[in-house]
Each structure stands twice: as structure tokens, then as C-alpha cells.
Ligand binder design. Structure first.
Ligand code: SAM
Length: 282
């Protein structure tokens, strides 16, 4: 089969797919920026570029998220490699980084080199973004999935971060007592019976990154109940939750005697994050 120009390629499928998705796929296939698509729209794709673009169309047609097709996703101030072994970083999760930086800045001083743990790190997007912003902090990233830690390690190398380390652990099992100043986590929190999930998410994103037991709160509960062992006295836990889980999260934190509980909103004014503090005598 022959190949088409940029203009013809967009026109022949523009009623089926989003224009931006088509442009991103074309840019990746011909390795040019967006201005080239507009200024040189009579450029005819080579046979191999056309085959690659046609393959991208098949993936779009199967509802594969564009980040998996391109193999990367911008998040905070970096680009993260992603594949179907890791959750695609979501824009709202960027807010947890700003909160962690604010809290850590208050704890950090010359004597106290602060240690942060990102549990359930997936692509590494949270921990590595924090590590990039604060090279003087020590960041540990962990995940139960070694396929995730492989992707996170590739991202760490690409970002050239020497203050981060990555390991596999079932939540806090791999860690000693009282070693972290801040724990941050975006754990799985979707109810297994939820019907509100997009087709592309359900078909392509790893289910162990999305779903949790007990109507979605199971992993959050385990983290809240076990994080105190590895937190230093006065250390902070900052956790993301589902759109309807904030009240339950606050109740669990109160039951476990955390203090300074603060609920934060996401870009859509949903109570999405909670920061809290382990008591000093804990
Ligand atoms: C919602 S994803 C978040 C990924 C990444 N932090 C982000 O924000 O894009 C949850 C992550 O928790 C990990 N996870 C699930 N169960 C775990 C466990 N028992 N211990 C450690 N990590 C776990 C999953 O493998 C997944 O990478």
C-alpha cells in the first residue's frame, strides 16, 4: 500500500480521531515538531513512516491511551517514559508534589537532610519530580511491581538523578523503623465494582495500579495503619484518594492518632489529598 502526505493522512481519519492525537502520532512517526506539520503539510510519508502511523491508528481505534502509543507522558516539569505496566501519571497528582515540597521545605535544615518515601511509585513520577526539584533531599521510591520499578529506574536514569533510589516492596515491608520524614503516596483507590471507568483505562492500564478492596479504600487503610512504623516522630503522610473517599480517609487518620490533618482540593475542587502528621511521641 502507498503512503500519503501529512494533509491527506489527517483528512482521511479526522472524523474518527481527535486532531491533537493524530498530530502527536504523526510528529512521533516522522520525528518532527508541530510547526513542520503545518508548514510542510504536503510532505509525503516514507513507507516505514506510513506503516508506523497506520499502526498508531489501529491502537487509537482500539482505545489505547495516547501516552502508551507515544511511550511517554509529560508530568510536572519532566517527561516520563510509560508503558502498559505503569499507570499514566494524571495532572491532578502534580498537586501532591507542590504540597510535599512545601512540607519538606519547612522540615529541611542544615542538620536534617530530609528523607522522603514515595510508595506505589509506578513510573516514578511523584518521587522523581520531588528529587529533581530538591537535589539535597534523599528520595526513596518503591512499588510491589518489579515491572514498575524497572520503568521508574529508566526514568531516574533519563533524568540523571543521583539523590533517588528505587526498590521493590510490598508497602513498607522493606523498610526499617522511623527513617522517613515524609511519606507520599498515590495508591490504588478505585472500587472494583465501579462502572465509571473509561474504556481505554480499563483495557490498557494495570488493574493492580487502579483497583483496591473494600470499595477502593483497602490499600489506603493499610498505608495509614502501617506508615507510622517507618515515619520519624513528627513525620508527615500525604496521600491521594478517590473522589468520594476524603471523609473515610480523615476518619482512618483520626482513629490512628495522626494530627494536623489537612484536606486539599484538586483542580476540579474535589477533596483529593490529605496531609497529616505522626505524633511526636509515636
Ligand atoms: C495509582 S498507581 C500510582 C502510580 C504513580 N505513583 C502515579 O501517581 O502515577 C498505584 C501504584 O501502587 C502500586 N501498588 C499496588 N499495591 C501495592 C503494594 N501492596 N505495595 C506497593 N505498591 C503497590 C501499583 O503497582 C501502582 O504502581
Amino acid at each position: 500500500m502507498g503512503s500519503f502526505t501529512i494533509k491527506e493522512n489527517i483528512e482521511r481519519v479526522s472524523d474518527k480521531f481527535k486532531k491533537n492525537d493524530l498530530e502527536l502520532c504523526l510528529m512521533a512517526c516522522i520525528k518532527k515538531d508541530r510547526s513542520f506539520l503545518y508548514l510542510q503539510d504536503s510532505y509525503k510519508l516514507s513507507q516505514s513512516e506510513q506503516s508506523e502511523f497506520d499502526l498508531s491508528l489501529e491502537k487509537l481505534n482500539a482505545s489505547m491511551p495516547i501516552a502508551y502509543i507515544l511511550g511517554n507522558q509529560p508530568f510536572f516539569r519532566s517527561d516520563f517514559k510509560v508503558n502498559s505496566n505503569v499507570l499514566i501519571p494524571r495532572p491532578e497528582t502534580e498537586l501532591i508534589i507542590s504540597e510535599t515540597l512545601n512540607i519538606g521545605d519547612k522540615l529541611h535544615n542544615e542538620k536534617n537532610k530530609i528523607r522522603v518515601l514515595d510508595v506505589g511509585t509506578g513510573s516514578g513520577c511523584i518521587g522523581l519530580s520531588i528529587g529533581k526539584e530538591r537535589p539535597e533531599w534523599q528520595i526513596t521510591l518503591s512499588d510491589i511491581s518489579t515491572k514498575s520499578t524497572t520503568v521508574a529506574s529508566e526514568n531516574m536514569r533519563a533524568l540523571d538523578l543521583s539523590n533517588c533510589q528505587i526498590l521493590a516492596s510490598n508497602w513498607f515491608n522493606a523498610f526499617d523503623n522511623h527513617i522517613f520524614d515524609v511519606i507520599v503516596s498515590n495508591p490504588p483507590y478505585i472500587d472494583q465494582n465501579s462502572r465509571l471507568i473509561d474504556d481505554g483505562v480499563l483495557k490498557f492500564e494495570p488493574h493492580e495500579a487502579l483497583f483496591a478492596s473494600q470499595n477502593g479504600i483497602g490499600d489506603i487503610e493499610v498505608i495509614i495503619k502501617t506508615a507510622q512504623r517507618v515515619l520519624k516522630p513528627g513525620g508527615f503522610l500525604i496521600i491521594e484518594n478517590g473522589y468520594n473517599q476524603s471523609r473515610q480517609v480523615v476518619n482512618l487518620l483520626e482513629e490512628q492518632d495522626y494530627g494536623d490533618i489537612k484536606v486539599l482540593m484538586d483542580y476540579n475542587k474535589i477533596a483529593r489529598f490529605t496531609s497529616s502528621r505522626k505524633n511526636n511521641d509515636g
